[in-house]
Unconditional design. Structure first.
Length: 219
């Protein structure tokens, strides 16, 4: 015992302390399993999806103040794009390995960033070049659509044991795999719809015309 009344640690005590520290560290849940991470991830994804739908619906009415419609639509798209970007950034800094996984996520994050720029480009009051909005969505949709295809392929390979090769059948082998595939494939389908719709919109269909409405339906 030292002068302050504390007994010095013996060799066995130190080993026990290290074992306790290691066991405590191992028992901690991964960050993506924590409630706050799941909440931020889920809410951000839902906000993105809901605001994109509402943003498109703002452009449907025929007898309408179109300036206000575009203002509301673009503002909702900005909020939704930030929501999607939050999901991607959260995943990017959580899943740091393997490198190909992080590269896959970075494609989605790049696409979401282009969506933010594109949404800002569509806000009438900001008087930003419309080409920023169009190309923001074209490039963003291409990045996200490609990334989602990659994610579906990765899900198939990871679930297809022991060969770990791509197989459509492996995507339907259990509920968790099927659910993950549907989430990623659904986001990819939405991105490719925006890709095609924005290209059609770039040709300049008259607002309220059949061609314009067809773009909204695709979106």
């Amino acid at each position: 015992m030292d002068k302050q009344g504390y007994a010095p640690l013996s060799l066995n005590d130190e080993e026990d302390s290290e074992e306790f520290s290691e066991s405590a560290t191992i028992s901690l849940p991964a960050v993506y399993e924590r409630t706050w991470w799941k909440m931020i991830h889920a809410v951000s994804f839902m906000v993105g999806g809901i605001t994109f739908i509402l943003g498109t619906l703002c452009l449907f009415p025929e007898d309408y103040n179109w300036t206000l419609g575009f203002q509301l639509s673009a503002s909702l798209y900005v909020i939704g794009s930030v929501g999607f970007l939050t999901v991607d950034v959260l995943e990017f800094f959580t899943f740091t390995s393997p490198k190909l996984l992080r590269l896959n996520i970075s494609f989605s994050a790049t696409g979401s960033f282009f969506y933010v720029l594109g949404s800002i480009g569509f806000i009438p009051k900001l008087d930003v070049a419309m080409s920023l909005g169009v190309w923001g969505f074209i490039l963003g949709s291409f990045c996200i659509g490609s990334s989602q295809i990659w994610k579906v392929i990765r899900i198939s390979k990871e679930s297809n044991e022991p060969s770990h090769s791509f197989s459509v059948r492996s995507l339907f082998q259990d509920k968790n795999t099927f659910t993950a595939m549907m989430v990623e494939a659904g986001a990819g389908a939405g991105a490719w719809c925006f890709f095609v719709g924005t290209i059609i919109d770039y040709t300049g269909p008259e607002v309220g015309s059949v061609a314009f409405v067809s773009v909204l339906v695709i979106w």
